[in-house]
Design a protein. Sequence first.
Length: 116
Amino acid sequence: MTESNDQHAHAQDNAGYEHKDINVIKTLIGTVAVIVVIVVSVIFVDEIFVHTKERMIQEYVLVPKSIELRDLQANEDEVLNSYKVLDKAKDKYRIPISRAMKLMADEAYRQRAGER
């Protein structure tokens, strides 16, 4: 029976809690290492983001326009902002878009004022 009691006493010694504290220095070093890795990763990802953003701005915004595009935009500006007789027999004229919008707004205002 003594052998059974020794095993039972030994089992009780191992149950319930740890008899040795954690190594605080190793835990602290591990925690600091994880924090450093996270900070370095965040800085690295931020630098990649900034570099990619600057490259995209350079590529899409600051690159000079093609000659064809500039000519097309100049032609569109001329059409939208000039007067021209389209068909004098049918009384068709082209007026600048800003003037056309003002005339349409004035007409709509007069119609609404007349309804009251």
